[in-house]
Design a protein around this ligand. Sequence first.
Ligand code: SF4
Length: 488
Amino acid sequence: MTSRFLSKSRYMNGLQCPKLLWMACNAPDKIPEPDASTQHVFDQGHLVGELAKYLYPGGIDVPHDDFKENVGRTRELLAERKTLFEAGFMSGGLFSRLDILKPAGRDAWDIVEVKSSTSVKEENLHDVSFQRHCCRQHGLKIDNCYLAYVNNQYVRKGELDPAGLFTIQDITTEVDAAANGLEDRIHSMFATIASAECPDVPVGGQCSSPYDCPVSTCWEELPANNIFTLYRGGNKCCELFHQGILYIKDVPGAIKLSRSQQIQKWCDINGIPHIEPKPIRNFLASLQYPLHYLDFETINPTVPLFNGTRPYQKIPFQFSLHLAEDHGTVKHYSYLAEGTGDPRPQFLARLKKAFGKSGTVVTYNQAFEEGVLNDLARTFPEYADWIKGVCGRMVDLLEPFRKFHYYHPDQSGSASIKHVMPALTGKGYEGMEIADGAAASREFLNVTYGGASEEERQQVRANLERYCGLDTEGMMWIVERLRQVSNS
Ligand code: SF4
């Protein structure tokens, strides 16, 4: 059933894509529930929102489970001239709830929007401009608008300090600019909502900007190896798609493609991999036994959990290390943090103990493991020399794929291990309960710091061991296959 009011979230939907807005209002059941990853982002945002309330002692929480009650209670509470959390306003078919509304001067109010991001973004300005418009429609005098976002330079020392965790920035001028044309946009959005037909909007850059659109059906209609899988295609993908080019293999010769993109096109046309034996052999020749296949998993909580850590800092909680000798012996070492304390001291001690004194350290996307280790070296200087030595022995297995010395059409324009491993070795992550780093991080946080049962905790820990272990075992398979393809 059509729902014809325009809330703040629908306004943001409408700015992103008219089709998304129409579906949110007319076919909400066709929009999937947030997936675990999106839900995690929402949960982090909720936590940040709760912490921001500590910045305004004496503020009143307006009940917001029922929107009519929320609006009614807000109306009553305005007279008290106190800071309100989750105040709601409905006027002229528009509805908005505000994170924080605080009295300013004798009869005005300021808006404070809370975000878990670490800077002011364009979409935040539109978000607040809509809130301010709703308040003004309701007859409120609004002075200034602020954004309270996470200060990524904050370092936790003991109890969490909300004043240190947030940066509060006056964004009134920027909101004024974002409000230009707002009424016209609202008018046009109401027309979209009232339309009997869903707008026909082709997929494009708007599907992931500023947010990942939850409407997956638009993309499901596209075939494999479509133009959007063009390696580092960016805007070119959208331009070509809008010119009617659906497949990479159909990109006209007159269109300038990068070397990698040309290889990808060639592979799609011929249906076979592209192999450059010499650079692959050079890469393999740089590997010195014993080979240390290494992979880390990290958490990066918005709100720092441990002393001396910052918001979003990567905290390693797991490693997998496959140690391969040149005579074929392989040993596996792993670590998965137990308990709720800071995992880093144990992580480092166990890693150092498992490591050999010589041999190449093989990573996939070296910048990640190297970045985590260098961060650890700053916090634990007693390991700094050892870490420097480890980083000096690293090679990046991503390189032959990023440079397209090897490319298989099944990689769909991606050099990630998640695409390379199945394409090259025929083995992959199918059927794994945890199949990517974001899920590993989320699940570890949930079973370690959330309210999971012991049974669930053990199950997730077993899944984590399997997942991280597959990453390093998969690297061994990839190296083995590279040897075969470069010698055949
Ligand atoms: S997937 Fe893209 S085209 Fe489809 S509704 Fe979302 S933003 Fe619009």
